[in-house]
Design a protein. Structure first.
Length: 512
């Protein structure tokens, strides 16, 4: 075991169909975004057959400076499956000091908590969040960061002394021995009977409690879905699953997946792309999650199966990808070998995220090591922060005389590796807010390395200054502002000014 360092109704019925149904759900047919574009802008081609006059109103230079836009970034852990920093576990620093240190790193964009069920609930009917939750949320708010989390239904880390289930549930839910724990004598790993009615009742309550607290919370970037097995990754390595048969296993996790997809409406969910080695329905649940707009993640990147790399690299462009790897999670440069070209193994790992068109890369818990690593090997984080996710700018803006009025054609360029994780809204408005014109691009556009054009029609005879801005519809109806990634001066809200010419301005062109 060395993977990481050693819809109710019709939707549910469809998911319970033959496993072969997974294939067309991924890769063999054009998928559709769960966010239906509203107010779709015309997106070309924009020919010159109606040559009333045109000019280039604005062109911008790409910036490589880091941006804290939604849907991308470097992720530091205030708590991982084994706890906080090594120093905090050894009581050489307090939990408060650890969260302060990790959230203060200048290259961190997101703080992440990965903990057991017992760390969020100790009694029925309410959440009892460990202190790290408040510290993490407060640290993120004070520094302009975001927060993500995973609650593990099972974990091998503290077994046999401790299991992930809260104490109040342990007498009510049967546990199944699935195999010997290495170096622990006759002790065996325990997995709950996920299909047991008591587990299902408690899981439904946990899901609803978490969503009531965090769905749509302004600081929450994404939530990892609660999946089967070790670390909630969707497997128990080479150990058997605890179900009476594989049919029960698959049905159970299809239903649990449907429950989560139905409950979380405002915050993106993320689904682990683990292959179905434990035969618990991962193929079907992955197809369900992708169809519902869940982002994808993998908890390793080099020691990984071909199927996961293929799924992540060729996912629909509107889905973000979250990557980590636990083998060198401490970022201890004394333990990082270099290859014949002089590249250290951690840098080699992290730069593979760009091959997968990823949005996020994880930094784990060790603040001092991360700072020292960045001093010695600055290229890795610099390249990630300049390329991860999407990086948008209005590279060209043309003004045209069309249909008796002024038209702006905006060419949005994406210098990042990933598509837009949702639907991009473009808006032009006057500084006083009296004029506002807005609409959407198609989901995922512009793709990584691509350009998408769109038309915005202004009122007849309008001339003056307008501000062009962008928003990301990250979930249906949930808008997040996006700052343009250009060198030119931006307004405080991240928009850029454009001068709209009068119809008799001498700068108009005709012909080519």
């Amino acid at each position: 075991m060395r993977r990481r360092g050693v819809l109710k109704g019709a939707a549910l019925l469809a998911a319970l169909g033959p496993a072969a149904g997974f294939a067309p759900a991924f890769g063999n047919q054009e998928p559709s975004s769960p966010i239906s574009p509203r107010d779709r802008l015309e997106q070309g081609p924009f020919d010159i057959d109606q040559d009333e006059g045109w000019l280039t109103a604005l062109f911008t230079t790409p910036s490589e400076k880091p941006l804290r836009n939604p849907g991308l970034g470097l992720v530091a852990y205030s708590w991982e499956e084994s706890g906080p920093s090594l120093a905090a576990r050894a009581r050489r620093e307090t939990l408060e000091q650890h969260v302060e240190n990790i959230s203060s790193l200048p290259f961190v964009d997101v703080l992440y908590i990965r903990c057991d069920w017992r760390n969020v609930q100790s009694r029925s009917g309410r959440l009892d969040l460990d202190p790290v939750w408040k510290l993490t949320l407060d640290g993120a708010k004070s520094r302009g960061l975001r927060v993500a989390f995973r609650v593990q239904l099972s974990s091998p880390v503290f077994q046999p002394e401790q299991i992930a289930l809260p104490e109040f549930l342990r007498s009510r839910i049967p546990m199944v021995k699935i195999g010997r724990i290495p170096e622990h004598g006759n002790s065996e790993y325990l997995e709950p009977r996920y299909d047991h009615p008591e587990f299902q009742r408690a899981f439904s309550e946990l899901n609803n409690l978490l969503a009531a607290e965090f769905d749509g919370h302004p600081l929450i970037e994404w939530v990892d879905m609660m999946q089967y097995g070790f670390w909630g990754e969707g497997h128990t390595s080479n150990f058997p699953n605890p179900f009476p048969d594989d049919v029960v296993a698959e049905r159970t996790f299809v239903e649990m997946t449907a429950l989560q997809l139905e409950t979380w409406k405002k915050t993106p969910l993320a689904f682990n792309t683990q292959p179905d080695i434990s035969k618990v329905g991962n193929r079907k649940t992955l197809a369900m999650a992708m169809s519902a707009g869940a982002w994808l993640r993998s908890d390793s990147i080099i020691i990984e199966e071909p199927i996961q790399i293929d799924q992540l690299a060729n996912r629909p462009p509107w889905l973000a990808a979250i990557l980590e790897d636990g083998y060198f999670r401490q970022y201890d440069i004394s333990k990082l070998a270099k290859d014949s070209s002089g590249v250290n193994v951690m840098e080699n790992y992290m730069l593979h995220t760009l091959d997968l068109r990823s949005n996020y890369w994880s930094l784990w818990t060790e603040a001092a090591n991360l700072a020292h690593y960045n001093e010695v090997y600055p290229r890795g984080f610099e390249r990630l922060r300049a390329n991860l996710g999407y990086r948008l700018r209005p590279s060209w803006v043309w003004q045209r005389k069309r249909h008796g009025t002024a038209e702006l054609i905006v060419a949005v360029s994406n210098r990042g590796v990933a598509g837009v994780p949702g639907v991009l809204w473009l808006e032009v408005q006057t500084p006083d807010g009296q004029l506002k014109v807005r609409g959407t691009l198609d989901p995922g556009h512009p793709h990584g390395g691509g350009i998408r054009l769109a038309s915005l029609l202004l009122p007849k005879d309008f001339a003056g200054t307008v501000h062009l801005s962008a928003q990301l519809e990250i979930r249906p109806g949930v808008m997040k502002p996006v700052t343009w990634a250009c060198e030119q001066t931006l307004n405080p809200d991240g928009s850029i000014a454009i001068g709209v010419k009068k119809k008799d301005d001498p700068g108009w062109r005709k012909g080519v």
